[in-house]
Design a protein around this ligand. Structure first.
Ligand SMILES: Nc1ncnc2c1ncn2[C@@H]1O[C@H](COP(=O)(O)OP(=O)(O)O)[C@@H](O)[C@H]1O
Ligand SMILES: [Mg+2]
Length: 263
């Protein structure tokens, strides 16, 4: 059984069908990319899967459990964690504290419990701190440990988002355009990190990305959407040569599409 199973999923906004009969399965440890022109419905799929929007019809299962109707924080608590572009970073908190905060979000410890520093609280805090140190080391953010997020360079801020996602202890990560705005060197580094996250850490990844170099290098499988529908699916090589895919991207330069503005 796949870790994430999306079954004939649809979403309409008034008369606009943003997502139409999308079925998609992501296996444990896989990296799957969701690509398509702007307005194709990619972000809507993410919003449906993470509980930010109710589907018009269709089913979504994570680890065998029906997650339609669950609240976003409940879905995150199950281990299906989404990173947002910048928006879930606390600008005035340090890198370290941002990652620790992500851990507590998942743990959902009532704040009052932290007022009484009993042994369980102290142990949990030690665990959260150790996990944050580990994630910083892994992403190469250790030297930025005590810098406030607002003072980070753009590329490092994008890494912090990834750190916050990892800090929540996910089983699966949904990444919305993690390479947007990164320079060539930073994108190459991101590719290595994503491979390690899936390969070594065993975290499954579904990624929406416009940078085709990143998509082609990290994906085990690529799913292509256009006007709400799935128009192709397969290996990076397969979709690269797929006629409908090339058509959907025609005039946009499939090989070297400029990063789109984040939606
Ligand atoms: N909350 C919303 N209300 C109305 N229309 C929406 C909403 N979200 C997305 N749309 C529309 O649905 C379509 C798909 O959008 P989106 O999923 O953001 O595409 P993508 O992420 O592939 O660029 C677009 O036409 C967009 O304008
Ligand atoms: Mg989008």
């Amino acid at each position: 059984m796949a870790l994430l199973e999306i079954d004939v999923l649809s979403k309409s906004f008034g008369g606009l069908q943003a997502v139409r009969d999308i079925s998609l399965a992501v296996d444990d440890g896989e990296i799957v990319s969701l690509i398509g022109p702007n307005g194709a419905g990619k972000t809507t799929v993410f919003n449906l899967v993470t509980g930010y929007l109710p589907p018009s019809s269709g089913r979504i299962r994570f680890a065998g459990r029906d997650i339609v109707g669950l609240k976003p924080h409940t879905i995150a608590g199950l281990g299906l964690v989404r990173t947002f572009q910048i928006t879930n970073v606390f600008p005035a908190l340090s890198v370290f504290d941002n990652i620790v905060a992500a851990h507590y979000l998942k743990a959902r410890v009532p704040l009052w419990k932290t007022w009484f520093r009993d042994r369980a609280v102290a142990a949990r805090e030690a665990t959260a701190h150790a996990a944050a140190e580990e994630v910083m080391g892994f992403l190469g953010l250790g030297h930025r440990r005590d810098m406030t997020a607002e003072n980070l360079a753009y590329g490092e801020l994008r890494l912090l988002e990834l750190a916050i996602g990892l800090g929540a202890g996910p089983r699966m990560l949904l990444l919305d355009e993690p390479a947007a705005g990164l320079n060539t060197e930073e994108s190459a580094r991101l590719v290595t990190l994503l491979r390690e996250i899936a390969g070594t850490r065993g975290i499954t990844i579904l990624i929406v990305e416009h940078d085709m170099n990143v998509v082609m290098e990290v994906s085990h499988r690529v799913v292509v959407m256009n006007f709400g529908e799935k128009i192709a699916e397969g290996s990076p090589e397969h979709v690269r040569q797929h006629e409908q895919v090339i058509e959907a991207y025609l005039g946009r330069g499939f090989e070297d599409e400029a990063p789109a503005t984040p939606a």
